[in-house]
Write a protein that binds this ligand. Structure first.
Ligand code: GLU
Length: 446
């Protein structure tokens, strides 16, 4: 790390004790910024980095709700409004028992740079709760969402802060949240949330966008080496929204996707994942992934321990959660001849694993670039809402494809410009930082 950045990093660590994931996200960005501060002294002089690491606003609130037996539960709600230099705060809500301030801050911090990379007018934010939706009835999830929104509504708005989904928050939850916002405010403010249903302000392609975009980004990386998805053996982790659409897109391009996973274990399906069955088990029935193997007629195996990264494959798409792919997994993947890794999830690869891939010359697309298609399409949803219009699937998909190609090209060009050709991590961090820093410097000391 550049010596001028070390004291800034130390101050961030001291001010945010115990927030390991946030520290990791900050370190990953700071490791890339040496050549930037050397070339643009204004960034240090105007304390842009100190400011960027301190959220503009952090909201923590109580979320009381009753389960179907009438028992009272108390969860904690969060919204971290990190940076509004480029537009209203934008980023998802995560409902998962692991959520605490450090997770929300890591996600919000990533979101600043990711959103900048999309070229859309959106700032960075993130939120969520330690609520665990698994095993809860629709009525319980609805009561939780209504209680969550009863506090959150006062902090958000089409020009202020626009939440969306993340882990544990999909179309069902966005529906309950939107309904409660509308009821409290008496405003049909479509642009206050994204990821809405199609008939009430949602955008075509939004459900597919993160997974599709991740594959599009990987495709662009492969293209720089004269390769493609055709004939690749692809490993996907996760079986949520991102994983499902990454699998579908990779298959369409001629790849064989042999894995998927959830928190209970993973499946290996050497003939290729049967996507309709996976969707039935995970999206419709909200079941465990072992049921996929049971219903696949002996063709797939379920493994309760270990991880998909132990399976041989040539392209890896981690689409589950943070730090799911560590150094030992990276070594396995390298032994098996992996040529490309693109992060569909946020920060799924540890710092050590990232270094191993980069040292070995593997194409590595960091999440803030590779999974930016989701939030980019959220911004397209906001555009449609603002103009009270809805676009066709083809047009929206074409816009997404153009955004992903330009993110790829911007990252590649910046990496080249700063003397690190092929380093998409540096390319993404520097491109994102420069866009936000320029806006912050232009807007004065805010
Ligand atoms: N949670 C998604 C992400 O990590 C999407 C955010 C959004 O659409 O606002 O980028």
């Amino acid at each position: 790390m550049h010596e001028d950045l070390i004291p800034i990093r130390q101050a961030v660590l001291a001010r945010n004790p115990g927030e390991a994931e946030f520290h990791q996200a900050v370190d990953e960005v700071f490791e890339s910024l040496g050549p930037v501060v050397a070339r643009h002294p204004g960034i240090l002089e105007s304390a842009v980095l100190e400011r960027i690491c301190e959220p503009e606003r952090q909201i923590i609130f109580r979320v009381p709700w009753t389960d179907d037996q009438g028992r009272v539960h108390i969860n904690r709600g969060f919204r971290v409004e990190f940076n509004s230099a480029l537009g209203p705060y934008k980023g998802g809500l995560r409902f998962h028992p692991s959520v605490y301030l450090g997770i929300v801050k890591f996600l919000g911090f990533e979101q600043i740079f990711k959103n900048a990379l999309t070229g859309m007018p959106i700032g960075g934010g993130k939120g969520g709760s330690d609520f665990d939706p698994s095993g809860r009835s629709d009525a319980e999830v609805m009561r939780f969402c209504q209680s969550f929104m009863t506090e959150l509504y006062r902090h958000i708005g089409e020009y202020t802060d626009v939440p969306a989904g993340d882990i544990g928050v999909g179309g069902r939850e966005i529906g309950y949240l939107f309904g409660q916002y509308k009821r409290i405010t008496n405003r049909y403010e479509s642009g206050v949330l994204t990821g809405k249903g199609l008939s009430w302000g949602g955008s075509l392609v939004r459900p597919e966008a993160t997974g599709f975009g991740t594959v599009m980004f990987a495709q662009e990386m492969l293209r720089t080496r004269g390769q493609s998805f055709d004939g690749q053996t692809v490993l996907v982790s996760g079986s949520g929204n991102v994983a499902i659409h990454a699998i579908g897109r990779a298959q369409k391009l001629g790849a064989t996707v042999v894995t998927a996973s959830d928190s209970s274990g993973y499946v290996v399906d050497p003939d290729g994942i049967e996507l309709d069955l996976l969707r039935e088990v995970k999206e419709v029935e909200r079941g465990r992934i072992s049921e996929y193997a049971e219903r696949r007629g002996g063709r797939a195996r379920f493994i309760a321990k270990g991880s998909v990264w132990e399976v041989p494959g040539t392209v890896a798409l981690p689409c589950a959660t943070q730090n799911e792919l560590d150094g030992s997994h990276a070594k396995k993947l390298l032994d098996h001849g992996v040529i490309a890794v693109a992060e569909g999830a946020n920060m799924p690869t540890t710092a050590e694993a990232t270094r191993l891939f980069q040292d070995a010359g593997v194409l590595f697309g960091p999440g803030k670039a590779a999974n930016a298609g989701g939030v980019a399409t959220s911004a397209l949803e906001m555009q449609q809402n603002a103009s009270r219009d809805s676009w066709t699937f083809e047009y929206t998909e074409e816009r997404l494809a153009r955004i992903m190609t330009s993110i790829h090209d911007d990252c590649a060009a910046t990496a080249e410009e700063y003397g690190m050709p092929g380093n998409y991590v540096a390319g993404a961090n520097i491109t994102g930082l420069m866009k936000v820093a320029e806006a912050m410097m232009a807007q004065g000391l805010i």
